[in-house]
Each structure stands twice: as structure tokens, then as C-alpha cells.
Write a protein that binds this ligand. Sequence first.
Ligand code: NDP
Length: 287
Amino acid sequence: KKTSLTLLGLGAMGTALARAWLAAGHPLTVWNRTPARAAALADAGARVADSAADAVAANGLVVLCLLDDASLDQALAGADLTGKDLVNLTTCTPAEARARAAWAEGRGARYLDGGIMAVPPMIGRPQAGGYVFYSGPRAVFEEHRHTLGVPAGTTYVGEDTGFAALHDVALLSAMYGMFAGAAHAFALIREEDIDPTVFAPLLADWLVAMAPSVHLTAAQLSGGDYTKGVVSRLAMQVAGVPTFLRTAEQQGVDPQLIAPYFALMRRRLAEGGEDEDLTGVVDLLRR
Ligand code: NDP
């Protein structure tokens, strides 16, 4: 028998989650602040609750997928959470997640936090590779692992409730750094007779080829010796920086997205990091 559950929040992500659980045969109660968004799900078999409190009362497992942390206070103000297992997939900071766990426990609920590493079209399609980070009490995760694994994969990252949000934000931060580099690359070629659609596969393959460099960074960070296994000496890399900056200038491109990274490389070199690779930049970022 499939576990029945409640889902609060039927935005783009919540609706995708709801459809995945319904398609897998899980009895599902839903609630959304704007009721119109629940209509299509009622047609798909969901029970639509009149209030968040009614939706929470319907099941022991309650999944939240609202806009932000503040919307949880508003949505759950009148709900009795005693004995409930709350699984919060709303994006929040690690500190917000920890505070929310304490808040939930104070109201008699158990709490798991989640960070969704997927966009709505990836939900309910295991082959798309989307997954959700979970953190909080392992026993609660294990109890619900099957149900939680229906819309997307599950990756449990620890008892510290803040860790799902921290992993989520860390991965997305790296992604935005990659987007920034790609934007600079496209700006460099833009005014030339280079077709961006011909350039894009070269760029994508290069980013994929470089991605495993994070393993060297990780090994150096955990070993503490930033000169171990170095592939490209920092002294050599910093010597190349003027070439990057002059090329940007010659192409009429503002280097504002990559210049801060170069500045940190130069600072690390000045502080004696010539035989390292780029790992020392991580130290310079710590306040
Ligand atoms: P949407 O903007 O599509 O939906 C937001 C949802 O939150 C709606 O159901 C909205 O209700 C509800 N809401 C907003 N404010 C309140 C409030 N004060 N009280 C009650 N309900 C409220 O967002 P998504 O569904 O895309 O995202 C939901 C969560 O999932 C976010 O935390 C997001 O960061 C996360 N996420 C989304 C991804 C995506 O690609 N979409 C990817 C990964 C994570 P109403 O319909 O009434 O406005």
C-alpha cells in the first residue's frame, strides 16, 4: 500500500511533485494559498483541502514546497503539527533550516529539510538525474525514503538540519560561477564571425573536461598541502592573466565577471603560493 501524504504549495515545483506522487499511486492531499492552482490536480486524483490546517490534519507526512521561509509561518500559522513529520523542500538558508527544525520540534513535529537539485521538468523522471538533498534525523529520512524518492532521487547529507540547504546553495553557487564564465566567453566571441551555436559545444565539452579538477582541490583541502599533485602552477597561471585581460579589452568586453577571481590568484601568488594550483583562493575567501 502506498503511503498517503500531504503537500502544501502548488507552484511550478509543487505541482510537478504532486503529479509524480499521484502518478505513482500515492493518495495525496494538497493545499495552495490560491485555490485555482489546485483544480487541475483534483482532476488528476488529488484531494484538495480547504485550508492548510485541514491539509496538515489529513496525513502524518506533510511536504512543504512554498516560496520562501517566511511563507511557511503564514501557511502553517493555524495548523496543529503535533505528531507530524514535516519535510520542507522550500529553499532556505542553513540557519533558517535549523531554526525551522527547532520551531517544528517545539510544536511536536519531526522535521527533515530538503534542497531540490532539479527543475520541474526533471521531477518524476528518474532518468533526468534530478535529486533532493535531505538532512535531519536519519530515522525520519529512512522511514520516508521510499515515498520521498518517488518524484526524484534522494541524497541524505547528515543529521545537521542545515546541511541540505548548505549543499544546495554550494552547488548552485558553483553553477552561477560557471554561468558567469560562460557569459564572459560568449561576450568575447559575440562581435566576431563565430556562430555561438558552433561555439557552444566546444564550451560545454571544455567545462565538462575541467569539472573533475574539483577532486584535486578537495584532496588538497583535506590533505592541507596545496602543492601536492599540482597540474598548473599558480605562477604560470598568473603570468597568463594579462593575456586574458588584454583580450577582453581588445574585444570590447568588460572583465567584471572574471577580474575578481584573477585578483585573488594574484594575491595568493604575492603571499607565496607560486607552487600551488588554485586551491589557495579558497582560503582567501574565508572572512
Ligand atoms: P512558485 O513561485 O511557482 O510557487 C510558489 C508557491 O509558494 C505557490 O504555491 C505560492 O502560492 C506559495 N506561496 C508564496 N507565498 C506564500 C505565502 N505567504 N503563504 C502561502 N503560500 C505562499 O515557486 P516554485 O514552485 O517554483 O518553487 C517552490 C520552492 O521550490 C521554492 O523554495 C524554490 O526555491 C524551490 N525550487 C524551485 C525550483 C524551480 O526550478 N522551480 C528548483 C529548485 C527548488 P500562490 O499560488 O498562492 O501564489
